[in-house]
Ligand binder design. Structure first.
Ligand code: FAD
Ligand code: SF4
Length: 505
């Protein structure tokens, strides 16, 4: 028997985009149904086990995508209530004001956004409040202006990190506190543990989309959630009327059909594009809203490299390492072009290193981890029509991806290594992100001013199918070089507050 449901607004996906939008729409008094393919992540001992999370990939789906030549890879996706935010690192910085403009690099141009930093700024404030962001101002030379202070003070640095900060300052740099979303204030649930970045929080203290947005939205009584329900197809009306009429899917092997007035696709950059592309019809032979063949294009992931920096003279006894970033080269690398960010990440343990350094004995990796400090070097990739998501005839996602703007990344990486060497780290190991390390994916259904160059308008509504929105990282016209989640949340709040048409249909 077909499961049928209906709502004024139906949202596909409960990750950062979908859950935050549901929260915002509920506060406008709109009736919302969120349809999520995954289930609630259980609170269990394995949440904080590096073996379970990293070696056994307990919370990752057994799903494989294809690269351009047909090699299989496992993508960085998590099909759970809360989506990827259930395991994310909770680092919640804003993009910088210049990221919203046209940015010129030697290798090409990163296009402007169809709205400014000033347009999004009130929603950054709202998102920081919703996601309990801890941070401080006046330290970071790249920080954008803000109309309100951070809701909570920055996390303190532990002694090991403080020593590193002093060594960075001695080089004339301006290390700054990382903007973090966790429940650490007095009376908060966070116990400041070692297994946060990349792990689920067993205590519900991480500011993920379920905890901070969907849960409170469900409490309003205006939002409902259908779990374990995968949407496979978008149905549209006939030739005369460019409207979505229903979503088709399956739940525990049974068919599902969901009708409604308005529909939002928030399945994550690759899956949102894939769902639109799979939904072909006489009216939309290339997929819904894809008459311009732009759906799937401009797939971006950042240019990222992990560094494990070893100082053999210092034991790293840190519990929570992810409290510092260095953004001195973000706005200008020193040659008139932007560089990117250097950020401390959560303490990596030997068993986590083993998932990549498979041939190195675990005992050696444990010795390295005992004296290492881990960092992320992140710079911007430039969108390109050639970098795109397509779907094969059997529905498998294929990612056509070649690095763009990588010369800039090489420069930033070389600078980051020299900075860390001068701070006492004599051994540097690096892991460059490959096609499978796509946790920062964005683009694919980009927002813009004109339908010649974009699929969505500045409020994430499709130019060509007016009762359909895409509200997740797919809307990014460019990637900037800061972690994406706060910007996804801020735009979802902006769409909920300013978006026209949600209450009609
Ligand atoms: C390990 C890790 C660490 C990270 N750390 C950070 C960080 O510190 N800071 C930061 O800013 N970002 C971080 N990120 C990235 C961040 O989590 C993502 O940018 C963000 O979650 C993307 O939001 P989204 O709404 O686009 O997609 P998601 O959050 O991935 O949500 C998509 C949702 O759609 C559901 N879905 C997909 N297809 C369907 C379908 N067909 N039917 C129904 N439901 C569907 C999925 O199950 C999922 O719940 C990290 C990611 C990972 C994996
Ligand atoms: S540091 Fe805090 S928020 Fe992070 S996993 Fe530990 S208890 Fe949870």
């Amino acid at each position: 028997m077909t499961l049928e449901d209906t709502a004024q607004v139906v949202i596909v996906g409960s990750g950062m985009g979908g859950s935050t939008l549901a929260w915002g729409l509920a506060h406008r008094g709109i009736d919302v149904l969120v349809v999520e393919r995954g289930d609630y992540l259980p609170a269990e001992a394995q949440n904080w086990s590096p073996e379970a999370v990293f070696a056994d990939r307990r919370y990752r789906p057994d799903e494989w995508w294809l690269d351009p030549v047909g090699r299989r890879f496992r993508p960085g996706v998590h099909y759970l209530v809360g989506g990827n935010t259930k395991v994310y690192g909770s680092s919640l910085p804003r993009l910088r004001e210049q990221d919203f403009g046209r940015t010129v690099y030697p290798a090409g141009v990163s296009p402007p956004w169809p709205f400014t930093y000033a347009d999004l700024e009130p929603y950054y404030c709202q998102a920081e409040s919703l996601y309990r962001v801890h941070g401080t101002t006046g330290e970071d030379p790249s920080e954008p202006w803000r109309s309100q202070p951070y809701p909570y003070p920055a996390m303190s640095h532990e002694p090991y990190v403080q020593t590193t900060i002093e060594r960075l300052r001695a080089q004339g740099l301006h290390p700054s506190s990382t903007a973090m979303g966790i429940d650490l204030q007095p009376g908060g649930a966070c116990i400041r543990c070692r297994t946060c970045d990349g792990f689920p929080c067993r205590l519900g203290a991480k500011s993920d989309a379920q905890t901070c947005a969907l849960g409170p939205a469900l409490m309003t009584g205006l939002v409902r959630l259908l779990t374990n329900t995968r949407i496979t197809r978008i149905e549209t009306a006939g030739n005369a009327d460019d409207r979505v009429t229903a979503l088709i899917g399956e739940r525990d092997g049974e068919p599902v059909r969901i009708t409604g007035g308005n529909f939002v696709i928030s399945a994550g950059a690759a899956n949102s594009a894939a769902l639109l592309l799979r939904s072909t019809s006489d009216r939309w032979p290339q997929g819904v809203g894809n008459d311009t063949r732009l759906v799937g294009t401009n797939y971006m992931v950042h240019n990222n490299t992990h560094i494990a920096a070893v100082d053999p003279r210092r034991r790293n006894d840190v519990t929570f390492a992810k409290t510092v970033a260095v953004n001195d080269r973000y706005l200008d690398f020193g040659d008139g072009y932007p560089g990117g960010t250097l950020q401390a990440i959560g303490k990596v343990q030997g068993v986590m290193m083993k998932t990549h350094a498979t041939k190195v004995p675990l005992s050696l990796l444990n010795r390295i981890a005992d004296r290492s400090s881990e960092w992320l070097v992140m710079s911007e990739d430039i969108p390109s029509r050639a970098n795109r998501v397509t779907v094969d005839a059997d529905g498998t996602i294929r990612v056509h991806w070649q690095r763009t703007n990588y010369d800039r990344h090489e420069l930033l990486l070389a600078w980051a290594k020299s900075v860390l060497r001068k701070a006492g780290y004599t051994g540097i190991f690096e892991q460059r992100f490959d096609i499978g390390l796509n946790s920062h994916m964005c683009g694919t259904v980009v927002a813009g001013l004109s339908s010649d160059e974009s699929v969505l308008d500045p409020w994430c509504r499709m130019h060509s199918v007016r009762n359909c929105w895409v509200v997740d990282s797919a809307f990014f016209p460019s990637s900037g070089a800061q972690n994406p989640a706060l910007t996804i949340a801020a735009q979802a709040l902006r769409v909920a507050a300013e978006g026209q048409g949600f209450d009609s249909g």
